[in-house]
Write a protein that binds this ligand. Structure first.
Ligand code: GRF
Length: 198
């Protein structure tokens, strides 16, 4: 059977990017391209090492948000992905992109708690007894699309920001690829994906 195509968007370290490539590429799907908005993102080398085409669209080279988003949408469409995966993509997108792609995002908190770019620190510092992660559909509202799957852990008494972050990363590396596989299999509703990933 022909593999489905995914495009991954990332901005930094790219540990989720690498994890998806290692677990799914040429097994469950084709990672046809990885797109970053940061020319120095460490993930670039990780993807290239696996012969994944990397597109750099440096947002600093665009005069407006719309101009960047137009180029991003055009680049995504060029690869005709069945699914776009945002994995550590730290750039707010306008409806120009979000209304025109089928995309999921991984977020390091139990949404709707702690939306935005500081989620790990905020949930670590909060009085919540648990930390966790969410995979959700991308919508025009930042970190506000429908949640597809979540996973959580109890905070330890001696938890440090470092140990907390490591637990988040471990959960992301498990849940994000699992969710991608279920979506590509055509498991369409969030309830169904949850059944498979829980
Ligand atoms: C992840 O924790 C993701 O949830 C957040 O940024 C981090 C990206 O890490 N949005 P990496 O680039 O995949 O290593």
């Amino acid at each position: 059977m022909k593999h489905k195509n995914i495009v991954i968007l990332f901005s930094g370290e790219g540990s989720n990017l690498l994890n998806i490539i290692e677990k799914l590429h040429q097994k469950e799907c084709h990672v046809t391209a990885a797109i970053t908005n940061r020319p120095l993102a460490k993930g670039i080398e990780k993807a290239q090492r696996h012969n994944i085409k990397v597109e750099v669209i440096d947002h600093k080279e665009y005069s407006s948000r719309d101009a960047f988003d137009t180029q991003l949408l055009e680049t995504i469409n060029h690869y005709q992905p069945d699914l776009v995966v945002m994995a550590g993509f730290m750039r707010i997108l306008t409806p120009l992109v979000t209304d025109n792609i089928r995309a999921i995002n991984v977020h390091p908190s139990l949404l709707p708690l702690f939306k935005g770019g500081n989620a790990i620190f905020e949930s670590f510092k909060s009085s919540e007894k648990q930390g966790g992660i969410s995979v959700h559909w991308v919508s025009s509202e930042l970190d506000g699309g429908e949640v597809i799957a979540q996973n959580s852990f109890d905070k330890e008494e001696d938890e440090t920001l470092e140990s907390f972050t490591t637990k988040i990363q471990k959960l992301e590396h498990q849940l994000l690829p699992e969710t991608i596989v279920q979506i590509l299999k055509g498991v369409s509703t969030s309830e169904e994906v949850r059944e498979f990933t829980e």
